[in-house]
Design a protein around this ligand. Structure first.
Ligand code: DAK
Length: 260
């Protein structure tokens, strides 16, 4: 199937996914969500890809939210379908067994902020802007904002952002822990790709197991969470990369991971 709204590029062991509807500020309509779903399939199945950068095309927006033009006239059943699709795609990104870095420039609003939060790491430019403005449109956040935002920034700030819908600049987003770092506009993709490549230079299975353990552990009590960690740690010892990583250290040579 030919994709119209999302571009997938591969550079060595990393993939760059670009949401490409700049005229609509990369707003997420159902077509774009379906294309993202297809791309997640591709990323899941490509064993040569170890890390992903997700960004938005154009100068103005990462993603300015779910597509209001499409949502405006939805019936209850269509609204439900849209919600199921969006939540499925976002959850698949969150659970993708490879780290996903959101590279954010311009608006990350509503579904855009939620998409960034479904990624593992957020790098933004000085000109990025974040908000959950849904209540101003007469709806609640619908792609995980009522749940993920509080997990990222704490209850009080999440409630303030969602109840007021106010726009937040990068410096504040960094201060509250919504983003990991701020970079210059011209350096956004360079820095995001450098981070993705740094991740990709490590043992891919260990990175994947770490992501799974962190994500699972955040959803349960500490004792269960530490069992997930022990399980992940144990699994590493059935990999060739664990032997390679430790042998390379002992032999004082460069390591050569094989994703095995
Ligand atoms: N949807 C559709 N089109 C959008 C859009 C959006 N979210 N945001 C911008 N656009 C379009 C504009 O309509 C305009 O199109 P044309 O008029 O040129 O055809 C074009 O992008 C450029 O936008 P502006 O002319 O407005 O540009 P400005 O620089 O003046 O303003 C802005 C930029 C980002 C401040 C403004 O566009 C804006 O306020 N946009 C809406 C932002 C917003 O409210 N985003 C949150 C959307 S609500 C759920 C699932 C998901 C959600 C909720 C429920 N379930 C299924 C339960 C999520 C909801 C949202 O994300």
């Amino acid at each position: 199937m030919e994709l119209k709204n999302v571009i997938l590029e591969k550079e060595g062991n990393i993939a760059i996914v670009t949401i490409n509807r700049p005229k609509a500020l990369n707003a997420l309509n159902s077509e774009t969500l379906k294309e993202l779903d297809i791309i997640v399939d591709e990323l899941e199945n490509d064993e040569s890809i170890y890390a992903v950068v997700l960004t938005g095309a154009g100068e103005k927006a990462f993603v300015a939210g779910a597509d209001i033009t499409e949502m405006k006239d939805l019936t209850t059943i269509e609204g439900r379908k849209f919600s199921v699709l969006g939540n499925k795609v976002f959850r698949r990104i969150e659970n993708l067994e490879k780290p996903v870095i959101a590279a954010i420039h311009g608006f990350a609003l509503g579904g855009g902020c939620e998409l960034a939060m479904a990624c593992d790491i957020r790098i933004a430019t000085e000109k990025a802007k974040f908000a959950q403005p849904e209540v101003g449109l007469g709806i609640t956040p619908g792609f995980g904002g009522t749940q993920r935002l509080a997990r990222h920034v704490g209850l009080g700030i999440a409630k303030e952002m969602i109840f007021t819908g106010r726009m937040m600049k990068s410096d504040e987003a960094l201060r509250i822990g919504l983003i990991n770092k701020i970079v210059e506009v011209e350096k956004l993709m360079e820095e995001a790709k450098a981070m993705a490549n740094l991740i990709a230079s490590n043992a891919p299975i260990a990175v994947t197991l770490s992501k799974v353990a962190i994500n699972r552990g955040m959803q349960c009590d500490i004792d269960t969470a530490l069992m997930y960690e022990a399980e992940a740690f144990g699994q590493c010892f059935s990999t060739e990369d664990q032997k390679e990583g430790m042998s390379a250290f002992v032999e004082k040579r460069d390591k050569n991971f094989q994703n095995k």
